[in-house]
Design a binder for this molecule. Structure first.
Ligand SMILES: O=C(CO)[C@@H](O)[C@H](O)COP(=O)(O)O
Ligand SMILES: [Co+2]
Length: 215
């Protein structure tokens, strides 16, 4: 069954605990946390303090998406506060192999992510080392943007490499996911759908999650 990772970027931050519990009750599989530094992306959001605060709120794995320069500098801090999956942008790490190894050595799951215009070739050699490959379906920085359709070709490309090499990482997409685009993603080989506005902008989160999962 396709997993759903609601992005709390679109949640009501004044009621973050309730918002997380609501999507947990509504069937979410992960909680997606968007960390932005105002440098790698043109926006600033949350950091380790927020991860630490929400860790005791939910039993769900925290799926932390690092949109920051020099991710190596912060890996141990995010591990210590309770991240379960730490996903780093290939474009932000000059030593990607080392970055992934550092995450794995710290005992949590390592993910790698590329922007829409970045070719799959950039992450090809690290595919055997990761637990998750995230393909951005918007340019990172903001919630509520439109899905970029050409990324579906990259999903198919990564899925093909996964099958050819007998690898077991999950393929996740992030950005502009709703019930309509979710269907296209699943058909292309996606295992985990991140959705922010399509879940948190709806009153009934269980219904929103179900319609994305079954879309
Ligand atoms: O990483 C990001 C944006 O950079 C995402 O996780 C967004 O938060 C997704 O928001 P929607 O497009 O689903 O509203
Ligand atoms: Co994200």
């Amino acid at each position: 069954m396709t997993k759903i990772s609601p992005s709390i970027l679109s949640a009501d931050f004044a009621n973050l605990k309730e918002e997380i519990l609501d999507v947990e009750r509504g069937g979410a599989d992960y909680i997606h946390v968007d960390v932005m530094d105002g440098q790698f992306v043109p926006n600033i959001t949350m950091g380790p303090l927020v991860v630490k605060a929400i860790r005791p709120v939910t039993k769900l794995p925290l799926d932390v998406h690092l949109m920051i320069k020099n991710p190596d500098k912060f890996i141990h801090e995010f591990v210590e506060v309770g991240a379960d999956i730490l996903t780093v942008h290939a474009e932000a790490s000059p030593h990607l192999d080392r970055t992934i190894q550092t995450i794995k050595d710290a005992g949590i799951k390592a993910g790698v992510v590329i922007n829409p215009a970045t070719p799959v070739a950039l992450i090809q050699h690290v595919l055997p080392n990761v637990d998750l490959v995230l393909l951005m379906t918007v340019n990172p920085g903001f919630g509520g943007q439109s899905f970029i359709h050409y990324v579906l070709n990259k999903v198919e490309e990564v899925d093909k490499l996964r099958k050819e090499q007998g690898l077991r990482f999950e393929i996740e997409v992030d950005g502009g996911v709703n019930a309509d685009t979710a269907k296209l993603c699943k058909d292309a080989g996606v295992d985990v759908l991140v959705a922010g506005s399509a879940i948190f902008n709806q009153r009934d989160r269980a219904k929103a999650i179900a319609s994305i999962r079954n879309g």
